[in-house]
Design a protein around this ligand. Structure first.
Ligand SMILES: Nc1ncnc2c1ncn2[C@@H]1O[C@H](COP(=O)(O)OP(=O)(O)OP(=O)(O)O)[C@@H](O)[C@H]1O
Length: 260
């Protein structure tokens, strides 16, 4: 890791509806890392992720390799940061491959009829990653909720951005695709990307993430490796739960077990 690879957030604050919903958040993460952002409902995860993506005004600084994201031209920022929003991304009856091709917009190609060979390759690769190539000509409005989530993930992947911010990408997926998408995000990290994924699934966070960012009431309550952060005291204090903890195939197993 070099300093230029870092994604650094300093003193980030976001006000919404006259209230500070993200408060003085600071952290830095290297490329090659997958970080899971967890926390109770309303803790500020989506707001923080949207602020990191430049989609909501914030105070403080966000730096990529020392460069201030707030001063980056929008297309340049979009080549650095890809964002998978919560919920369904597209409501128009476009073919799947055209939606995924929107990820090539920051590279100058938005019209699906004018994509270059590199764009087409990036789109096909992204469709393969989420196992949607056979559905590429289907209209997104005719897909299931889980399939649409995978289209949104493919669109972000097709940007080729080295920083991927994903808001609950596995929320509406079946167990096979929850594992598939988490493994895919981990592969992106191992290939050199920085992935920050918001999830309520602390079990999959423990299994796949290198770092946990734990939010509570808008501030970063804890950050570190899963076994340190998702430990009984913080699960009790932040989530008000006890969890069953074990290991399987040398991986941590964490199952929410009882309310406290
Ligand atoms: N547009 C808005 N105006 C005012 N308050 C908002 C707005 N959007 C979100 N909030 C508030 O900001 C706080 C953080 O919301 P946010 O959606 O970031 O939480 P979250 O941790 O992602 O929650 P969840 O896990 O339920 O998705 C909540 O108290 C929410 O009510």
């Amino acid at each position: 890791m070099t300093e230029a690879d870092d994604f650094a957030v300093n003193g980030l604050c976001v006000r919404l509806g006259g209230r500070e919903v993200v408060r003085d958040v600071s952290f830095s993460l290297p490329r090659g890392c997958i970080a899971a952002m967890v926390g109770p409902s309303g803790a500020g995860k989506t707001t923080l992720l949207r602020a990191l993506a430049g989609l909501v005004p914030s105070r403080g600084r966000i730096l990529i390799g020392g460069e201030d994201v707030g001063r980056m031209p929008v297309r340049r920022r979009a080549r650095h940061l890809a964002y998978v929003p919560q919920g369904e991304a597209v409501h128009w009856p476009l073919p799947v491959q055209d939606v995924v091709a929107l990820g090539r917009y920051p590279h100058g190609s938005a019209d699906p009829r004018r994509l270059g060979a590199g764009d087409i390759e990036a789109v096909d690769r992204a469709l393969d990653e989420v196992e949607l190539r056979p559905m590429k000509d289907r209209r997104v409005t005719e897909l299931s909720g889980g399939e649409r989530r995978r289209v949104a993930i493919a669109r972000a992947l097709s940007t080729g951005a080295p920083i991927l911010l994903a808001d609950e990408p596995i929320a509406s997926l079946d167990p096979y695709f929850q594992l598939s998408v988490m493994a895919l995000l981990q592969r992106q990290a191992r290939a050199g990307a920085l992935v920050i994924v918001v999830t309520h699934d602390i079990g999959l966070a423990a299994r796949f993430a290198d770092q946990i960012l734990m939010l509570r009431d808008g501030h970063l309550a804890a950050m570190g490796p899963p076994n340190a952060v998702l430990a009984p005291p913080s699960l009790a204090e932040v989530f008000s739960i006890d969890a069953y903890r074990s290991s399987h195939e040398a991986q941590p197993v964490l199952v929410p077990w009882a309310m406290r």
